[in-house]
Design a protein around this ligand. Structure first.
Ligand code: HEM
Length: 151
């Protein structure tokens, strides 16, 4: 597997910032509408999270290093995330990239980057969650429709 940020095509050849913005918009529209994963985003401004994702991916794909937000592990330490919700997120991301018709190299590299965080973000139970600040509350939302495949 290639290291992050290295591939055949340059960041600009992959579509640069404009293609990342299109993917982020379509992806977060799906995330915010979804009855399960959408619950995690109730207090989060969609425009802010979209621009954070674009900045983060710009750096991870070898483009400008403009990201100033928290690193993924500290940003998610209060969220109880399991493999099922991680898979759901991945499926929404794939749908978004297919709708935007990104280049196959961008699709593969993006999925590899996100997948690299699975082990770091998925937790077994609430005891593995940590507050970001004293009055923080853990985010623990079970699948509201467990008989149905979430995606
Ligand atoms: C099921 C999986 C995931 C869920 C439910 C989720 C949810 C969220 C939510 C709700 C936020 C907003 C946090 C806040 O503003 O308080 C956030 C931020 C963020 N997420 Fe995720 N996320 C997931 C996976 C990932 C993955 C795989 C990555 C990395 C590739 C990632 C990268 C980020 C980044 C960079 C931020 C911005 C952090 C900040 O500036 O505070 N997330 N995520």
């Amino acid at each position: 597997m290639e290291p992050m940020g290295i591939g055949k095509l340059s960041f600009e050849e992959l579509g640069g910032r404009p293609v990342l913005e299109k993917v982020a918009k379509v992806f977060y529209d799906k995330v915010y509408e979804h009855p399960w994963i959408g619950q995690f985003f109730k207090e989060v401004d969609q425009e802010v999270i979209e621009s954070q994702q674009v900045d983060f991916m710009s750096a991870a794909l070898g483009g400008p290093r403009v990201y100033l937000g928290k690193l993924p592990v500290p940003a998610h330490k209060h969220m109880l995330l399991n493999d099922e919700i991680f898979d759901l997120r991945e499926s929404l991301l794939k749908q978004a990239m297919d709708e935007v018709s990104v280049l196959p190299e961008l699709r593969e590299r993006r999925l590899t980057i996100d997948e690299a965080f699975r082990k770091k973000l998925v937790k077994k139970d609430i005891s593995e969650c940590e507050k970001r600040y004293k009055t923080d509350e853990f985010m623990d939302f079970p699948n509201p429709n467990p008989t149905k495949k979430a995606a």
